[in-house]
Design a protein around this ligand. Structure first.
Ligand code: FSO
Ligand code: SF4
Length: 553
């Protein structure tokens, strides 16, 4: 075995990828990711000491967030970027040790081998000593990794907020403390379980921070009809989740004759007032992340990844030379756009010039889809929604947020949405929506039956909506609401969303299409016993479970 990873829903055989990632991750990248995560734990030992002395280092905080984000599933496949990052980490580590030494503290007997100078086999040996399987007890391993994956998701959200100038020192302090706690052999399973829940609490803080950053900067999402048609100009297709990149792209393409379209998780950018004002913002092209191998071929123009999810292009793909990455994302052969220097914006000019040489997109669908049901927009409709619930016009809400993926079994979610009775409403966020957001599901008295709040991080909106309904209906417990949770997951951002929902007291979440490989039987039992988490079954069985009071067709 030359690698081990089980952090996402596609883990090979439902247990873990050992030869190559199902996602396309090579053993070399897997090993470098293990080493980077280990390095971030070591750096955190030093920052935790410095924090006790009141010393906070912004650059190191940012490095840790970015390093975690880079290791998220499908975000970065570029070994050289990992090598460069680890080398940067060694420099930061030496700097922190010097600062500590100047204060008379040496918290760590040092092991300063630069792993990036090692051969792959030597790196593999080192990664095996410090990676996932180095924790022998499967329950402790499961809890440690549950924390780490929650931190990775949290890091993604913290980075988007940071890019808009919003930070919270509590998030950095918690991340670094938790990273070190995952190396502490004295912590019991109970203490690690408490750390998992604490990760959910800080996850809520991170999502609130990002929500504030996005809505303060770009306005509150509003109900929007998003065009699926194409225009005659060449285009740039922007994917991922970073709204700062979206803003810069729209600014820099204005008046150039290049249109901008969203792909996958960037669709909700269409709902923000600050972006809608751009005449060359043309709408959405294509489906969820995994459909990119087809969508990018027919798009004909340039593609920009601001984050995951990247699918390695097939050798027959004709689009690879048209793809750019930025931020934490990367792929060997895709051109990478760096951060602006000294606070300057990123420079997209080369990419825009490239786009001008490309043909206009080939139409693949037509019409429009409706979204923009984030918290403020739903609160504005609260009277209508409450009346519909009171009159019985809406019987139940189904939160079907989360991720989409390429496994055939995910057709469950399309079938589930189709079979839901017509007096039910789906609340969604994240790319999971692509399984049903183009179905003709209709509306209830003008309220669409699919209410899309936005990206996966906007699951926070769904929690706020639930809390608001609890208040309006004067209930004591969020679980008394007529809301069922049938959530799809894929990668680690979904893990932090799940932990955040558990922290907020949401019970009986159904999770699919499979339960995480990183949950040991005992840890899974804790989640089942305390929170009622359950795997999905067949659509008909689950329909009966969620709607026992009715005959379902
Ligand atoms: Fe999807 Fe990918 Fe947003 Fe994830 S595009 S799968 S949970 O990165 O983050 O919902
Ligand atoms: Fe496998 Fe998922 Fe890890 Fe990729 S991220 S190597 S698919 S478990």
């Amino acid at each position: 075995m030359n690698m081990f990873c089980f952090q996402c829903q596609e883990a090979a055989k439902g247990t873990g990828c050992e030869i190559k990632g199902v996602c396309g991750k090579t053993p070399e990248v897997a090993v470098l990711q293990d080493l980077l995560v280990y390095q971030l734990k070591g750096i955190s030992v030093l920052t935790n000491e410095l924090r006790k002395m009141g010393v906070e280092d912004e650059k190191v905080n940012r490095f840790i967030v970015d390093g975690l984000f880079m290791t998220i599933t499908n975000a970065n496949f570029d070994n050289q970027r990992f090598v460069d990052t680890i080398r940067e980490g060694f420099k930061l580590r030496s700097m922190l040790k010097m600062v500590l030494a100047s204060k008379g503290v040496d918290p760590e007997p040092s092991e300063l081998t630069d792993w990036t100078a090692l051969t792959l086999t030597e790196m593999e040996t080192k990664a095996a000593q410090v990676g996932v399987l180095s924790t022998k007890n499967e329950d402790i391993r499961s809890l440690r990794e549950l924390v780490i994956y929650g931190l990775k998701g949290m890091a993604a959200y913290a980075e988007h907020a940071f890019n808009l100038g919003y930070e919270d020192p509590e998030i950095y302090a918690f991340m670094q403390k938790a990273l070190v706690d995952t190396t502490d052999d004295t912590l019991s399973a109970e203490q690690l379980t408490a750390l998992v829940l604490e990760t959910g609490r800080v996850g809520v803080t991170a999502m609130a921070l990002l929500d504030n950053a996005n809505t303060t900067t770009y306005g509150h999402p509003e109900i929007t009809k998003v065009s699926l048609n194409v225009r005659n100009n060449p285009g740039i297709l922007i994917s991922g989740h970073d709204l700062k990149d979206m803003e810069e792209l729209l600014k820099q393409t204005e008046g150039t004759g290049v249109d901008v379209y969203t792909h996958s998780e960037m669709l909700p950018a269409n709902y923000y007032p600050a972006f809608k004002k751009y005449a060359h913002f043309a709408g959405n092209y294509g489906g969820a992340w995994w459909s990119q191998t087809a969508d990018f071929e027919t798009f004909n123009g340039v593609i920009l990844f601001t984050t995951n999810c990247i699918v390695p292009p097939k050798s027959s793909a004709t689009y690879a030379d048209r793809v750019y990455t930025t931020g934490a994302s990367g792929f060997p052969g895709f051109k990478h756009i760096e951060h602006g220097i000294n606070g300057q914006p990123k420079d997209f000019s080369y990419m825009i010039a490239h786009a001008k040489q490309c043909a206009a997109p080939t139409p693949i669908e037509s019409g429009e889809i409706v979204g923009g049901f984030a918290h403020e927009q739903v609160f504005a409709l609260a009277d209508k929604v409450v009346d519909a619930v009171k009159s019985g016009a809406i019987r139940k809400f189904f939160v079907m947020a989360g991720c989409d993926g390429r496994m055939k079994s995910r057709s469950y979610y399309t079938e589930f949405a189709e079979k839901l009775p017509k007096d039910t409403v789906i609340l969604t966020a994240g790319c999971a929506k692509y399984r049903y957001n183009k179905l003709p599901l209709g509306d209830i008295g003008g309220i669409p039956r699919v209410l899309d709040a936005g990206q996966c991080n906007d699951s926070y909106s769904l929690a706020l909506i639930a809390l608001k309904l609890k208040e309006v209906f004067e209930l004591n417990d969020i679980n008394e609401l007529p809301i069922a949770y049938n959530i799809a997951w894929y990668e680690q951002k979904a893990v932090i969303v799940l932990l955040a929902l558990l922290y907020l007291g949401v019970k009986n979440i159904h999770l699919g299409p499979t339960l995480p490989a990183f949950l040991s039987p005992n840890v899974a039992k804790v989640l089942v016993d305390n929170f009622g988490i359950a795997p999905i079954g067949s659509v008909d069985e689950d329909m009966k479970l969620f709607l026992p009071e009715m005959e379902v067709a």
